[in-house]
Design a protein around this ligand. Structure first.
Ligand code: AMP
Ligand code: MG
Length: 416
């Protein structure tokens, strides 16, 4: 049985990063939202594009007004009005000013803006009542935020609203992104029916397929669902064979324990998969099985045989699958996660130390301190009911019996 740490590094090593050009596609600006940037973006433009005013006011020469006060205002002749979007036509000479508005381009000869509130207008003259703090006051200088040719966005960046704004500003309207990860998801088990079917004696509604699909779809993964596959070796072989030929990643649930009908591991081996993980010292989630299928030198499939119990399946996904998918999506390593925080426990937590134990519950930031409250009711891997609103998994280490008292700190995996 592998430790969680070892299983994690095996899984992350196996998860392929997107390969070169084959895995890159170019999409329109807004379609890039939520995708991962696949190539560096630079711009030949400075930003701001030109010196411009940060205020509604007057463009002046600092030397003309540096000594004025409201008792000794200085009068300047207004030679031009510069609204946003207008190209100044005149050069400012000594004792002249230009009326300027926020975003207006600074006229040649001017080096400072005085805000409107610190002036008094009389016809074609303006009185400056307060001396500016320094030359360039309220001027947004060309290139102050970004110099042309410098890196603007790096590959691996997740494109969200701020990145869309930057891409638009750089006039990058076709954006290179990594193609979406393709997942095949299915459930195994003769007891399973789909949520639409009528429940009959002994049956159980398949919830895993829906939970896992929702989780991966939220991460931008393209999911193909194969439905419910019965515990029949030939049918299961066909499903697994199809899945590993089509997908970058396969998630199946059930059939990985030691029962008579748990065929998954044998089928994976028979189909040429290399099994890297057979079981992990994690609770819940012990039977997790991970195999690698190589299709050719540049294409492979990572297979996760997840336990059937709904909580076990999700815990394994949060702990192992999510970081692997992030890597496969092309995200930078610093964002693969999982993210852990130290949180004060609001209840006593116990484990026998035989396996690394994950307790589900709510993680909240209260007055700057993380607090963890385990879900009330049974912490049983079949109890998907009290899994709702889970935002954290407290981690109790393997190897020693652990007892966390109320108010003590515990490591918690954040679930976003
Ligand atoms: P297994 O790993 O196949 O032995 O399944 C373990 C437990 O999880 C059994 O009680 C199953 O009924 C339950 N289970 C298996 N698959 C699912 C599923 N897709 N949705 C909900 N529960 C499941
Ligand atoms: Mg089963």
């Amino acid at each position: 049985m592998l430790s969680v740490k070892d299983a994690e590094s095996i899984v992350l090593n196996l998860a392929p990063s997107p390969y070169s050009q084959r895995d890159v596609e170019t999409v329109d600006l807004l379609a890039a939202s939520g995708r991962i940037l696949a190539a560096p973006v630079t711009s030949s433009l400075d930003f701001p594009y030109w010196d411009n005013s940060a205020m509604d006011g007057y463009a002046v020469r600092f030397a003309d007004v540096e000594n004025c006060t409201d008792k000794k205002p200085i009068a300047l002749d207004i030679i031009e009005e510069i609204p946003a979007g207008y190209q100044p036509q005149k050069t400012l000479q000594s004792m002249q000013a230009a009326r300027i508005f926020t975003g207006g381009v600074m006229p040649p000869g001017a080096d400072t803006v005085v805000m409107q509130e610190e002036t008094r207008r009389e016809g074609d003259r303006v009185f400056i009542l307060v001396s500016p703090s320094k030359p360039q006051a309220f001027v947004r200088q060309k290139g102050a935020f970004y110099r042309s040719g410098m890196p603007l966005l790096n590959p691996g960046t997740t494109i969200d609203a701020p990145e869309i704004a930057v891409l638009a500003t750089a006039q990058c309207v076709r954006v290179p992104v990594y193609r979406r990860v393709r997942a095949v998801i299915f459930s195994t088990g003769d007891e399973l029916i789909s949520p639409e079917e009528t429940l009959t004696a002994g049956k159980l509604v398949d919830s895993n397929q829906y939970a896992l699909t929702a989780l991966l779809a939220k991460m931008g993964v393209k999911v193909i669902r194969l439905g419910i596959i019965p515990d029949k070796k030939e049918v299961l072989t066909e499903a697994i064979s199809r899945a590993v030929s089509e997908a970058d990643i396969v998630l199946s649930t059930g059939g990985v324990s030691v029962g008579e009908y748990d065929y998954v591991e044998n089928i994976l081996a028979e189909l040429g998969g290399k099994i890297h993980v057979r079981s992990v010292a994690i609770k819940p989630g012990k039977p997790l099985t991970v195999a690698e299928f190589k299709r050719d030198s540049k294409s492979e499939c990572l297979y996760f045989g997840l336990p059937g119990n709904p909580v076990s399946a999700l815990v394994c996904c949060w702990r192992f699958v999510v970081p692997a998918v992030r890597k496969m999506s092309g995200m930078g390593e610093e964002n693969w996660g999982p993210e852990f925080v130290q949180a004060r426990s609001k209840a006593e937590l116990r484990s026998d130390g035989k396996r690394e134990t994950y307790v589900w519950g709510k993680l909240n930031l209260v007055a700057g301190v993380w607090q963890f409250e385990p879900a009330s009711g049974s912490q049983n891997s079949a109890n998907l009911i009290n899994l709702v609103n889970t935002t954290g998994l407290a981690v109790l280490p393997a190897a020693a019996e652990t007892w966390i008292w109320v108010g003590e700190f515990v490591q918690v995996l954040k679930i976003s």
